[in-house]
Design a protein around this ligand. Sequence first.
Ligand code: SME
Length: 151
Amino acid sequence: MEKTKKKERYKRLLIQIEELLTKCDDETARMSTIAAILYHKLDYFFWCGFYRIIDGELIVGPYQGTVACQILEKNKGVCWAGINEESTIIVPDVNKFPGHIACDSHSKSEIVVPYRDKNDEIKGVLDVDSKEFDSFDEVDAAFLEKIIALL
Ligand code: SME
């Protein structure tokens, strides 16, 4: 998607998500709302959802898209890299990312954004996959970071 169009789309989505998240404090409900809105409003999102750290493992949470891996092997792949590096990771070509875990072979590029609790501790990641190479850029990173800060 063209950058200006992408920015405008995200600005509207941010407002919409902010409004919807005033209605319920439950984390699963909030994650589900975020995943559903992003997946249905951004057509390059082929898979969109959360992986949560539970007892030291990374386990899938609310998501939209094709069936995902339920548990991700520890310290392998993009999601664990986001957690271990404590930063957003943009992968233009998943084939070039050492250890990438392919839950669906259609996935070609990916972005992972860690989210934190109120004590600033990382609790998991938002993960988004695209069927095209090089779908994600700094606009996705900036807005997805704002969106998951609302969790
Ligand atoms: N590709 C991720 C695994 C999760 S799926 O993309 C839904 C990874 O390498 O951690």
